[in-house]
Design a protein around this ligand. Structure first.
Ligand code: PLP
Length: 356
């Protein structure tokens, strides 16, 4: 079967097999990683290796901290203003979908939010033209969502910003190479392209740390986590370990250049299947079509349940669109093999032939 879930999402089969082998007795130590103290030498080695592998994969400069935290990407919506306002009272946000919107709502609890551009009135189908953005040079930072998981809208550029750039990479981190040095902070919930749920990865430039809003709880202060190697308290140890296995798997695949190549090919095949048929549709502007999350509609919406049922029976799992938008959505993260996309494309053609 192929799992097209948006998250928690497919993990590479090789990673799951390795975890299975190591599950009861990690490297002959007589216990599972799940049962190890996070302070033990064995676990610290696992954690440090995972961080190093992520640094290698993403070419993360040495003046950035990599944090393995809990609370999901949603907790970052609050931690970002609490940590990055640094005495300022306003922050810039671009609104390209439901996740940007949630980040905006949370930031409003801490500061004045300047929405520099929004595609809401258009139903979130494209990234607003940069020429129309109303940026504030006094903003503490500019936040945007490079890939909107629900609407399938992806930025085709990294904004040029005079203030620190902050980005929610939850659904597109590790999909292709990225110039981390352009950002003040990148964050990503793990449960899509990194590993299991229960972990959020934050990559933050060191000079931004240490000036939290007064009253910030200890656990929401990046500097506390940075100073303690993400072990101020007990981290999500097993999710961190499994993410480390995914990083090693990505290295073995040839790294992010190679993943980018494969991901572009997978997405191109799926969009070609949608565009090549009267039966399927995708409303997103061509340059902003997501490489990871591909929503599509059927010309006969009354057939959606039948489509999902038959797809499921054919081993094509979790193709329902997000409950807020309906329709279909295929999430084709790194762990979804190209053969999975081929199988989906063949199924779609067959379904259209029979019901179109
Ligand atoms: N941001 C984006 C782009 C997402 O796709 C998601 C989750 O699906 C979130 C944030 C929220 O993540 P979490 O459930 O880890 O809080």
């Amino acid at each position: 079967a192929y799992n097209f879930c948006a998250g928690p999402a497919a993990l590479p089969e090789a990673v799951l097999k390795q975890a299975q082998v190591e599950m009861l007795d990690y490297h002959g130590k007589g216990l599972s990683v799940m049962e190890m103290s996070h302070r033990s030498a064995d676990y610290v080695a696992i954690a440090e290796q995972a961080e190093q592998d992520l640094r290698d994969l993403m070419n993360i400069p040495s003046n950035y901290k990599v944090l393995f935290l809990q609370g999901g990407a949603s907790q970052q919506f609050a931690m970002i203003p609490m940590n990055l306002l640094r005495g300022k009272t306003t922050a810039d946000y671009v609104n390209t979908g439901m996740w940007s919107d949630k980040a905006i709502k949370e930031a409003k609890k801490f500061c004045q939010v300047n929405v520099v551009a929004s595609d809401e009135a258009n139903g979130f189908r494209k990234v607003p033209d940069v020429a129309t953005w109303q940026v504030n040079p006094d903003a503490a930072y500019l936040h945007y969502t490079p890939n909107e998981t629900i609407h399938g809208v992806q930025f085709d550029f990294i904004p040029d910003s005079s203030v620190s750039l902050v980005a929610d990479y939850s659904s597109i981190i590790l999909a292709e190479p990225l110039d981390v040095s352009k950002f003040g902070l990148i964050y990503a919930g793990a449960q899509k392209n990194i590993g299991p749920a229960g972990l959020v990865v934050v990559i933050v430039r060191e000079d931004l740390l240490g000036q939290v809003v007064p009253g910030t709880p200890t656990m929401l202060d990046y500097k506390i986590h940075a100073d303690n190697g993400s072990m101020y308290n007990t981290p999500s140890t097993y999710a961190w370990y499994l993410s480390g296995l995914v990083f090693q798997w990505l290295k073995a695949q040839g790294g992010l250049e190679k993943m980018g190549e494969i991901n572009r090919r997978k997405a191109a095949k799926l969009y070609a299947a949608i565009d090549g048929s009267e039966f399927y549709g995708n409303p997103v502007a061509l340059p902003n079509r997501s490489m990871m999350n591909v929503p599509f509609t059927l010309a006969k919406p009354e057939l959606e349940k039948t489509f999902l049922k038959e797809a499921d029976a054919a081993g094509l799992l979790n193709l329902a669109g997000h409950r807020s938008v309906g329709g279909m959505r295929a999430s084709i993260y790194n762990a979804v093999a190209e053969e999975g996309v081929d199988a989906l494309v063949a199924f779609m053609a067959d379904f259209a032939r029979r019901y179109g």
